[in-house]
Design a protein. Structure first.
Lengths: 259, 515
């Protein structure tokens, strides 16, 4: 413990011996997980589907509650947080954006500010600011419905919505997973730039090792409900951990040597 | 006269019944929506209850409508006859599609959308109102649409428990074997169903189109839909209240569900109207409904037969002395129901054992005893009523020692007349005042052993109505002993054979009698 000791103020989220086992499941999804997310960092949870990374994310904003152990956000057990308050100060982006199909873009983006009771003018101004932030022209896009957007545009709106109420913590569950490779790369780059400007704490789930290494300040490699390795991208690349090596090999598996 | 002519001639009645029908459907659908949507929403939250509740709603819908109406009648508070139990039954039918579609609609909301709503920090209420309800609206509306169309159909059965509506025409048509009448009820009902289907379908497609096409104002569909439903509810409620208020009458006259009863009720009703009273008519109450309506105060008066009162209602053993039966019924009704039995109207409507006129002449048949010797060579055709009653076939056959060639054929009463005339059967049990007896040249054999109890026609009146309406007693006295058996046969024939409205026939009769 002493070696890993960090100042409590630095940990935005802290998992302490968290086990999560849904009823009637043969094995727990998370098994005595210890993890902390430091203020300002982008912690990437990397792993195959079913390894528990999404579950970890959902425990942070109390969409799930631990079976054993505790999840602390800002030093407070999530079970002591009012879930509504906790979620409104925690941005959330999911794979297919999860936009409300019956709301136009402006109303989707302005959702949390509106729920928080901001005035109409303030919400509108914030919506425009957020759309510009994610590279969408408010004049062209504010009145559109999600069905009238491309996949990449939808995902931008999803990010804008998550950031609208200026939450200090952002949870992202494979946000770029469903996009074509070119759009994905654009959005990854823009996100990296955005993050540098906004100074948010981010927990980012992906199964794409390139994405993990490109976006993460630290990478947590997960398997079967445990963290196998937690290190910086550079440390990840040097690691002897067999799974980390396996992931590393995928990076060059089809390298044909050109360029 | 074809159906269209009938509908044109009696357009007022058809229109009135269509209005009643529409109100029944509207009221019951609104109640079903008011109960069904919240129930459905609750089931999406308390999933443990989903299977049992949907199961019950499912079972309710498999109960045949006629049986459901019958089962509701004896219940307290919701039961009885008339409008309220009809609405209750219709609501029970309409619940399943509303509940099921609400559950299906809400559960059909995309997982990611619901998850995003939770993750954004929306409260359960906000998710329900801003996300799930608007997204489920087209599916829920489809359920309401199905419920409405079902209600239009089932509401035709409501006539059976005295709730009016187009079913009245259908049942009258069935009873009188008159396709024109049936169609006059069935066609408007079908049109109503089509209109309801198209109307709600239109709203449904608008809601769905708005969502798909976009370009709509924020939150408009859900709110506008709610406003429309609410407006319809208020309109229907107000309209119904107004309708009720306007139709409040001084006296409510009921009748059983056959021509003679309607004619007698109409005699009384027109007597009251001649004295300036406003009369509400609740005719064609089947089975025991007229009695129940009288006792529960939904009607003030209806025509009955002493023998029927004695055995079917008071459950006393058959008796043969007309005077004694009348006195017994009078004192029992006063003591048990606070109902006054009016003076006999002057004729009896008893079972009439009928044979063809030529057989009667050829074989010299005057009485039932005369016929007993021929019975083994005869085929008999009897109505269901006669076959099953305490004073019906079994006792009758025993009293006269009758043994027919085979077991009597059970057939519809009106069909049995035709079967006798055409020689398919040789003896039937009709009604002594039936107009068909004279028309088909049939002869009634005398009940020489006095097996059949007396069935004197009388009017039954609630005591409180008599106190409230002095004119009622006048009319009662005026009609005492005024209707002979021959007259009654003639009046029945005018309506059944001549296909004329009972009201017109009675009006002429009153004029001829100088009333």
């Amino acid at each position: 413990m002493t070696a890993q000791h960090t100042n409590d103020d630095d940990a935005v989220v802290r998992f302490r011996g968290v086990t999560y086992a849904p009823p009637r499941a043969p094995a727990p999804v998370l098994d005595a997980l210890d993890l902390e997310v430091r203020r300002g960092e982008t912690l990437v949870l990397l792993g195959e589907s079913g390894c528990g990374k999404t579950t970890t994310l959902r425990l942070v904003n109390r969409m799930l509650e631990p079976t054993a152990g505790e999840v602390l956000v800002e030093g407070r057990d999530t079970r002591e947080w009012d879930p509504i308050e906790l979620r409104r100060r925690t941005g959330y982006v999911i794979q297919d954006a999860g936009l409300f199909p019956h709301f136009d873009v402006a109303r989707n983006v302005g959702l949390v500010p509106a729920l928080e009771g901001w005035g109409e003018g303030r919400v509108r101004a914030r919506v425009e600011e957020m759309l510009r932030l994610v590279g969408l022209d408010p004049g062209r896009f504010a009145a559109r419905f999600p069905s009238e957007l491309s996949g990449g545009q939808r995902q931008r709106v999803g990010v804008a919505r998550a950031l609208a109420a200026d939450p200090p913590l952002l949870l992202m569950d494979e946000p770029f997973g469903a996009l074509d490779p070119l759009t994905r790369l654009t959005l990854q780059r823009e996100f990296a730039a955005l993050r540098a400007r906004l100074n948010k704490t981010v927990v980012f789930v992906t199964h794409d090792v390139r994405e993990a290494l490109a976006l993460g300040t630290r990478v947590a490699l997960m398997s079967a409900g445990r963290v196998l390795l937690l290190d910086t991208p550079a440390g990840f690349l040097r690691s002897d951990e067999p799974r980390a090596r396996a992931y590393r090999e995928t990076l060059s598996a089809f390298d044909t040597g050109e360029a | 006269m074809n159906t269209l002519d009938f509908m044109l001639r009696d357009w007022r009645e058809v229109l009135g019944l269509t209005g009643e029908h529409l109100l029944l459907v509207l009221a019951s659908t609104l109640v079903a929506v008011a109960i069904g949507i919240p129930t459905g929403l609750l089931l999406t939250r308390k999933t443990r209850w989903k299977r049992p509740v949907l199961g019950v709603a499912n079972v309710l819908q498999t109960v045949p409508s006629l049986a459901l109406f019958g089962l509701i009648i004896p219940l307290k508070y919701v039961g009885g006859i008339g409008w309220r139990p009809a609405v209750v039954a219709l609501v029970l039918y309409a619940l399943l599609p509303v509940i099921r579609n609400t559950v299906t609609g809400v559960e059909g909301v995309e997982r990611g959308v619901r998850e995003a709503a939770v993750a954004m920090g929306m409260t359960d209420r906000q998710i329900l109102r801003q996300v799930e309800l608007p997204l489920a609206a087209p599916v829920i509306l489809a359920g309401v649409r199905v419920a409405t169309v079902i209600s239009v159909g089932v509401a035709t059965v409501a006539a059976f428990i005295g709730a009016g509506g187009l079913g009245l025409l259908i049942y009258r048509g069935l009873r009188q074997n008159d396709n024109k009448l049936m169609l006059a009820g069935a066609i408007p009902a079908a049109l109503l169903a089509l209109a309801a289907d198209a109307g709600i379908g239109f709203i449904e497609s608008r809601v769905a189109a708005r969502r798909r096409a976009g370009g709509a104002k924020r939150g408009a569909p859900a709110r506008r839909l709610a406003a429309a439903v609410l407006a319809a509810a208020v309109l229907a409620g107000g309209g119904f209240a107004l309708w009720r208020a306007l139709s409040r009458a001084d006296a409510r006259v009921g009748s059983k569900d056959f021509t003679e009863s309607i004619i007698l009720a109409e005699m009384f009703a027109q007597g009251l109207e001649a004295r300036g009273l406003k009369v509400e008519r609740s005719y064609e109450l089947g089975g025991n409904l007229a009695h129940e309506a009288l006792v529960s105060g939904r009607i003030d008066v209806y025509p009955e037969y002493t023998g029927t009162s004695l055995m079917s209602i008071l459950k006393r053993p058959p008796a043969t002395d007309a005077r004694l039966v009348y006195e017994q019924v009078k004192s029992d009704y006063a003591a048990r129901f606070d109902v006054e039995v009016g003076p006999p109207l002057g004729f009896e409507d008893t079972f009439a054992i009928l044979v063809r006129g030529e057989d009667s002449r050829r074989l010299g048949l005057k009485t039932v005893s005369d016929a007993a010797a021929h019975a083994p060579a005869w085929r008999a055709g009897f109505g269901q009523d006669f076959m099953s009653r305490a004073d019906g076939y079994e006792g009758f056959a025993r009293a006269y020692g009758l043994k027919f060639g085979g077991r009597p054929r059970e057939m519809d009463l009106s069909l049995s007349y035709r079967a006798l005339a055409e020689g398919q059967v040789d003896v039937i049990a009709g009604n002594s005042t039936d107009g068909m007896i004279a028309q088909l040249g049939l002869v009634q054999l005398e009940d020489d052993r006095h097996y059949f109890p007396p069935y004197e026609a009388v009017l039954l009146l609630r005591r409180d109505a008599l106190e409230r309406l002095p004119a009622a007693r006048e009319v009662l006295q005026q009609l005492a002993g005024r209707v002979s058996t021959e007259e009654m046969r003639q009046l029945n024939f005018e309506v059944d054979g001549g296909k004329r409205p009972a009201a017109d026939v009675v009006r002429e009769w009153r004029r001829a009698k100088g009333l």
